[in-house]
Design a protein. Structure first.
Lengths: 225, 225
DNA sequence: TAGTTTTTGTGATATATTTCACAAAAGCTA
DNA sequence: TAGCTTTTGTGAAATATATCACAAAAACTA
């Protein structure tokens, strides 16, 4: 299904800087595709030919590490996916998989690149996004490696509540084993820690449903372990 | 000391795309400063006003994590320092400290930004650099968190030999405690592991001098622990 | 050179977390 | 609904690494 950027209601910050003419340029040869939960959108090791834009839904960025799969982060639409490899070295350095049904727009790279070179506001917004991403990656890494499991799980719960679902009641979009891959802990440790939080009255959780009962405690655990 | 980009022998890939006129633009208002080993070049939390370019020497990028200082990576000239904060959010998100005597060029941000907007080849090179940095950060993180101490230390030794000093005999530019901050391990673990590698005939080391005796073993340890 | 500070080496102990193993629960699917 | 697969819960044992403690060595510095 071809799609028109001019009328798209999920424009990125960069795309918002563009006039109608440039938006038409960007629209030519692009396609919108739906993915189901679990579908792979970008696959590590494969050639990246299109700029990928997540219009709606949730996805996980994950990388095959030396010993096991690691989830780098969970991203929420709207945002670009895998920009550094599409622009950069062309071979995807990580995979991206839908964790909810998503709508993805594949944008012609040549059109995108032309805009990057000819439209300074657009290119500057992309530069800012790349800057943010690098800093985010560094900060996340320092956090994850220094905190222990309790703190990291508290973080993940807070991130889901504050940034992803914007509610203190939500349904985990991933399994406990995936949370393990997100915070570098075993599946069993996730289970135990979640049970502990429940027992301590910090969260209420059954199945995949989580309700935050004591956000202050979570924050404290996130900061002090 | 003011400095002329036109005659600079340490040009970045991006700067190499520029003609004389643009190089003159970049040169106006810039300054070259020498730092001694241990001097702070960029300080986390402070306002970033200039583009910082490492002309010669070695520096460590480090971030104050939730529990202790963490070294993100060690960088070798020539390269830009702290680009994502200078361009991006302006408040330095990490510190950079000289670990050998270095020569640093402070470039006027407005001149740099003007080039970024007006000179497409230059801006594209900067974009590529930002892409590489983000991917590098993600890869490093997956590696460090998944491997255990032996593997990480093997990695560090190999990186020093292959990328920093380009020799199998070198002098560690950092203390064991700093290596600990680089691989998320205690100072004591570094000492013990280095001693173990020595005992096993994989490296020869006394004081800060390291000589790699069995690179194959190091590689194997880096891959399998 | 003497005196001070920083860095390193190494044992003993403590501990967070993994791993293994199996049962129970939940989610699919035919 | 029955039967299969995946996910989750939880105990017990194993383990990598941190922490503590102190001595020795090396690196400064006055």
């Amino acid at each position: 299904m071809s799609n028109n950027c001019k009328t798209c209601v999920f424009k990125s910050k960069a795309t918002q800087t563009l006039g109608d003419e440039n938006l038409d340029q960007l629209s030519c040869n692009n396609a919108t595709v739906d993915f189901r939960k679990g579908d792979s959108i970008i696959k590590q090791g494969m050639f990246s030919t299109n700029v990928v834009y997540l219009r709606s839904g949730l996805a996980k960025i994950h990388i095959t590490g030396p010993y096991h799969e690691q989830i780098v982060r969970i991203v929420k639409a709207p945002c670009y996916l895998g920009l550094p490899t599409t622009i950069g070295d062309k071979i995807n350095q990580y995979s991206i998989t839908a964790i909810k049904d998503v709508e993805v727009c594949f944008i012609d790279f040549n059109a995108f690149r032309r805009l990057l070179q000819e439209t300074e506001h657009f290119s500057y917004e992309i530069i800012l996004e790349l800057c943010r991403n690098e800093l985010d990656a560094i900060r996340r890494c320092a956090n994850r490696t220094q905190k222990q499991t309790r703190g990291n799980i508290a973080d993940v719960i807070l991130e889901f509540a504050n940034n992803i679902f914007e509610s203190d009641v939500f349904t985990l979009p991933v399994s406990q084993s995936e949370i393990g891959n997100l915070v570098d802990a075993s599946r069993e440790s996730i289970s135990r820690t979640l049970a502990e939080f429940h027992k301590d009255g910090i969260i209420k959780f059954s199945g995949k449903k989580i309700e935050i009962l004591n956000k202050k405690s979570l924050l404290l655990i996130s900061q002090t372990g």
